[in-house]
Design a protein around this ligand. Structure first.
Ligand SMILES: [Zn+2]
Length: 162
């Protein structure tokens, strides 16, 4: 069993650059909570407060975070709950759990934000630019380069000083 870790919390306007160990920084202005991973690995864990991410519970003396903090993207793979300024260790994530969690998170965000997220994550649509025939430019262009008339010439001049 991992040792119990007692935490303190600090309400700050903005999350400081340097985080102290075992301190939970709460920025209401930025709706963000940050702390150094409770395993002691020194990595910073940012938990944004949104309807689909984390919720902060402040009982006047201590804070709790829900849901659990799963640092599956950190080498330590820590997984714990922060409850009343104490760390409650949970089982490390299995790969299946991580995938399930990510999928559930994406679903929750898609539900909450409608299609915005999906649209934002979709690959950009490539609009084909009709190439303007330009015999002079064609003659100059090296083999394999796509002649784009004046734009290409300007770009090449800008890039290569040609
Ligand atoms: Zn860690």
């Amino acid at each position: 069993m991992r040792p119990e870790v007692a935490l303190t919390h600090e309400f700050v306007r903005a999350i400081p650059d340097e985080l102290q160990e075992r301190t939970i920084y709460v920025s209401i202005d930025f709706a963000t909570v940050a702390h150094k991973c409770c395993c002691g690995c020194g990595r910073e864990v940012i938990t944004p407060l949104t309807p689909t991410d984390w919720r902060l519970i402040f009982d006047g003396e201590t804070i709790s975070l829900e849901p659990s903090v799963g640092s599956w993207n950190l080498p330590c793979q820590s997984h714990y709950w922060i409850r009343r300024n104490k760390v409650q260790w949970s089982r490390p994530w299995s790969r299946e759990q991580v995938q399930a969690e990510r999928a559930a998170d994406a679903r929750a965000k898609a539900r909450y934000y409608g299609n915005e997220i999906e649209a934002a994550e979709a690959p950009p649509v490539v609009v084909p630019v009709p190439s303007v025939p330009n015999p002079t430019e064609d003659a100059e262009s090296p083999v394999g380069a796509s002649p784009k008339g004046g734009v290409w010439r300007r770009l090449r001049r800008w890039m290569f000083g040609a």
